[in-house]
Design a binder for this molecule. Structure first.
Ligand SMILES: Nc1nc2c([nH]c(=O)n2[C@H]2C[C@H](O)[C@@H](COP(=O)(O)OP(=O)(O)OP(=O)(O)O)O2)c(=O)[nH]1
Ligand SMILES: [Mg+2]
Length: 136
């Protein structure tokens, strides 16, 4: 069974987070995800994220703290997803190497059809946003 180490960026811009839709015909095609990709040999997760986000969406980001690591077994592949909080630095968002993208508020994440490995991340962010609102 193949295992891949993959980064995923939770990019915040104000109250919104960037999500992207995977290319048709790719693994998990047309599912929504947190953009990123496979870590290349010799690359740190932070370098990988900066490279992938530029390639896929033409954006510059600052990579912050790691949010969580999710291990998910798909039928044909095991994915270890390294999720980092990131902030938007600049650039106009473009779907360069993804089908589509959206900037969404956290409360709307649940209405997108995410890749299965992302569901713990979506649940965590949603719960956290709920408790933040409650503590005001
Ligand atoms: N980047 C990313 N990949 C995810 C997420 N959720 C999830 O299951 N994956 C899976 C799909 C793929 O099987 C695997 C690697 O992602 P990828 O296809 O983005 O890798 P990549 O950008 O390096 O693309 P490629 O050059 O290999 O075509 O991780 C996610 O939130 N973000
Ligand atoms: Mg990718």
């Amino acid at each position: 069974m193949r295992t891949v180490n993959v980064t995923a960026a939770i990019i915040e811009r104000g109250r919104e987070i960037l999500i992207s839709q995977r290319l048709k015909g790719s693994h998990m095609g047309l599912k929504w995800e947190f953009p990123g990709g496979k870590i290349e040999p010799g690359e740190s997760p932070e370098e990988c994220l900066r490279r992938e986000i530029k390639e896929e969406l033409d954006l510059d980001i600052r990579v912050g703290d790691r949010l969580m690591i999710v291990e998910h077994q798909y039928e044909e592949l095991k994915v270890i997803l390294y999720c980092y909080r990131c902030s938007y630095l600049g650039g106009e968002t473009k779907a360069k190497d993804c089908h589509d993208f959206r900037w969404v508020v956290i409360g709307d994440l649940k209405s997108f059809d995410f890749a299965e490995a992302d569901l713990p991340v979506v649940r965590y962010l949603t719960a956290q946003a709920g408790s933040d609102a409650g503590s005001d």
